[in-house]
Design a protein around this ligand. Structure first.
Ligand SMILES: [Zn+2]
Length: 149
């Protein structure tokens, strides 16, 4: 919460107040200013604050810094997909996707799913050693690190 000046009477008013308690002037205009699109991604609890475009960019950065391959990054749908390299044994890596849900203006929740690739085929195996899902969590974790830098 921040204090702003009422544009009518000049009194300090909370930017969350629907109207000035002194003169009743609505401060909806201030509300809009307070929710202006952020220009960088920040982390708040388990949510990312930013825009979908910024989050897509950040996730691409996170995927690359983990040496995974970005398959697709779609700013419209908020979906990013990636593939990891060979990991262990006969597995040929993990295909994962991460998507961003806007739960309130400019507040996003990241979630995703992953498939283990086996010899060129994909099988839906979320919990083989937790590895596939672990890659998604790792990317989200890396995004948090990058955002808090
Ligand atoms: Zn006022």
């Amino acid at each position: 919460m921040a204090l702003i000046q009422c544009e009518d009477c000049g009194r300090d008013v909370s930017d969350r107040a629907p109207a000035c308690p002194n003169c009743g002037c609505p401060i909806a205009a201030a509300d809009i200013a307070a929710t202006e699109a952020p220009t960088t991604v920040t982390v708040s609890g388990d949510k990312f604050i930013g825009t979908k475009a910024l989050l897509i960019k950040l996730s691409v950065k996170a995927i690359q810094s983990l040496n995974y391959k970005v398959d697709a990054a779609d700013e419209t749908s908020g979906l990013v997909s990636f593939t990891t390299g060979m990991t262990w044994g006969s597995w040929s890596g993990v295909s994962g996707s991460i998507y961003f849900d806007e739960v309130e203006p400019f507040h996003f929740e990241a979630s995703g799913n992953a498939k283990q690739n086996v010899k060129g085929r994909q099988i839906a195996a979320f919990d083989i050693g937790g590895e596939a899902k672990g890659k998604v969590d790792k990317v989200i974790q890396e995004m948090r690190l990058l955002a808090s830098r």
